[in-house]
Design a protein around this ligand. Structure first.
Ligand SMILES: [Fe+2]
Length: 154
């Protein structure tokens, strides 16, 4: 086993609020899952239990994978409903994915608390900001469409 985390962190959980809803159940569900993963990281850091490097990295890898999956789904939805600002929205996604891909796991091993704290803070504030500004822009078109964004289910 590699480095072991033993730390205390006073960060509070990221709570889901109804005002974050884009009115498309499928997308809301995915956003909630992303919150859940960030909360798992916060929970691990808050507990004074010893945490292995591998378990922290495991959650971060999952978060990265899930974020990419979620962005793909959103982009598919925007394309199907012919959302006009899709290209700009995709650029925001691409930029954030690049940021996640740039996380250096070596840094997590040497500067544990700082790196993971920064990642959680950055990710949660990015998601909330992105939902409230960019996702809200496509939400009206899709949620008010005849099938309310269910096109991906079929
Ligand atoms: Fe988005």
């Amino acid at each position: 086993m590699r480095a072991v985390f033993k730390m205390k962190w006073g960060a509070s959980m990221v709570g889901w609020r109804d005002e974050y809803s884009v009115g498309i159940p499928l997308i809301d569900e995915q956003h909630k899952n992303m919150f859940k993963m960030c909360n798992e990281l916060i929970e691990i850091l808050k507990n004074e239990k010893e945490v292995s490097f591998e378990s922290i990295v495991g959650i971060i890898v999952e978060l990265k994978k899930y974020t990419k999956y979620h962005f793909e789904q959103e982009e598919l939805l925007m394309a199907k409903y012919q959302y006009s600002d899709i290209e700009e929205h995709k650029r925001e996604h691409t930029k954030f994915v690049a940021e996640l891909d740039n996380i250096k796991f070596g840094d997590i091993e040497t500067e544990q608390l700082r790196v993971v704290k920064e990642l959680v803070n950055h990710t949660t504030s990015w998601i909330i900001k992105h939902i409230l500004s960019s996702d809200f822009k496509y939400s009206e078109l899709i949620s008010k469409s005849l099938d309310g964004g269910k096109m991906l289910d079929r």
